[in-house]
Ligand binder design. Structure first.
Ligand code: PLP
Length: 418
């Protein structure tokens, strides 16, 4: 029997992977002890695949949770910033004061704060407004699971609030909420069912008709559309957005607090926003959970940049909106050029979707490069993985969520180069 190769020599032979030496030593050890030293490279690459790296999103799903939802461009120098310093007084400040003022301007809220995600925002809002067993009225048609373990009744239970189910799965009326409040409910929660829809014999109470019940009205909007009028888009709201509830209009209709995600239609970093009445936002800020859910300076800075772009009415500065509103003709042109340069595949009309659990059943016209066969695995194995979709035995690379600067990557991927 030949002696196994030295761990160190084997690890050194993998240095071109760019991984730190101790990582390569671990991979080499694992392969040698499995009696397969020639598998060491595979072991190392498997580990590298577990690390985050940029990919090309050619799935046609703009907000793909597996791909980090909204793409955010952000540069953050290794510098201190006034996260919790009031520059005017020199005293300790609130990490939410900047975000609060920007969200207020963008939505008409009195105040706002940011936490780690929308699940955290709802948890905190419920705990602050209705913890200690206060009953919260929710329609049975809105006790939804959004995905990734987010279930409204479970979040409610964790918040310490007590769920008061009203109405039925398909029909809920204002009188159902009135009765719940008369029976002691201390708040009403309206949940945007997001990726779920009931059709047929249904009835729900629009948010505006839930105002004036005499208890705080909370709305979990999920998607994070700031304003139905989309003043940051020169052409106004795109047709696929119709009917999506927005923060500004929800507050105007009487919601006392709205919560929404930072990385869905807002197009920012992963975050959750709580916005609305000043006293209720302050109550959220004082709750002990606020400390556990607070975002760091990196996220606050990226969120601030996103909100400033909205206030400049510069939708092009927000990658999600730039990609979502790119013209179909432009996408077709790009697809044609890609096919010509790669000398493979053909151009096809495609339907992209917003994704992120928002706007189910809504399509955004798009263009794709389509090639025969299933090439997903080899496209994923590239240095810069290209993530596509397979339909009816053909690989679809939808350009809706692909930055034009990544077209070269798509061409190289189709040519089979690295
Ligand atoms: C997506 C969504 C959530 C969860 O948002 P995260 O930011 O992923 O925590 C909560 N509520 C609704 C209605 C949603 O659509």
């Amino acid at each position: 029997m030949s002696r196994p190769p030295s761990v160190d020599r084997l690890a050194r032979s993998l240095s071109d992977t760019g991984l730190p030496h101790p990582v390569l030593v671990a991979a080499a050890r694992r392969a040698i002890s499995a009696g397969a030293p020639d598998q060491a490279r595979l072991e190392a690459l498997r580990l590298r695949d577990a690390l985050l790296r940029p990919v090309v999103n050619a799935t046609g799903v703009l907000l793909h949770t597996n791909l980090g939802r909204a793409p955010v461009e952000h540069h953050h120098p290794a510098e201190a910033s006034n996260v919790e310093l009031d520059l005017e007084t020199g005293a300790r400040g609130s990490r939410h004061s900047g975000i609060s003022q920007l969200v207020a301007l963008a939505t008409g809220a009195e105040a706002a704060m940011a936490v780690n995600n929308c699940a955290g925002a709802l948890l905190l809002a419920l705990a602050a407004v209705a913890g200690d067993g206060v009953a919260v009225a929710v329609s049975r048609g809105e006790l939804v699971e959004i995905g990734g373990g987010f279930r409204v009744p479970d979040v409610m239970a964790q918040s310490g609030a007590r769920l008061a189910e009203v109405g039925t799965t398909n029909r809920t009326r204002r009188r159902d909420y009135e009765q719940a409040v008369a029976a002691g409910a201390g708040a009403v929660l309206k949940v945007h069912p997001s990726n779920y829809r009931i059709e047929g014999f249904t009835e729900e109470v629009p948010l505006g008709q839930l105002a004036g019940l005499g208890v705080p009205l909370l709305a979990d909007l999920g998607s994070g559309l700031l304003d139905e009028a989309c003043p940051w888009l020169p052409a106004g709201p795109p047709p696929w957005l119709a009917g999506e509830p927005a923060a500004r209009q929800s507050l105007a209709q009487g919601a006392d607090l709205v919560v929404f995600s930072g990385d869905k239609l807002l197009g920012g970093p992963q975050a959750g926003i709580i916005a609305g009445r000043r006293d209720l936002v302050a109550r959220c800020g004082r709750h002990p959970l606020a400390r556990a859910l607070r975002p760091g300076g990196l996220v606050l800075a990226a969120l601030q940049e996103t909100l400033l772009a909205y206030l400049r009415r510069d939708g092009d500065a927000i990658a999600f909106w730039r990609l979502a509103t790119a013209s179909v003709d432009g996408l077709v042109d790009r697809a044609e050029r890609i096919v010509a340069r790669a000398d493979v595949g053909q151009v096809a009309a495609s339907e992209a979707v917003p994704g992120g659990g928002t706007l189910p059943g809504r399509a955004i016209a798009s263009a794709a490069v389509v090639v025969q066969g299933d090439h997903l695995a080899e496209l994923r194995r590239r240095e810069r993985p290209v993530i596509g979709r397979v339909r009816e035995g053909r690989t679809w690379l939808d350009l809706r969520a692909v930055e034009p600067s990544d077209d070269d990557e798509v061409v190289a991927a189709l040519r089979g180069g690295r």
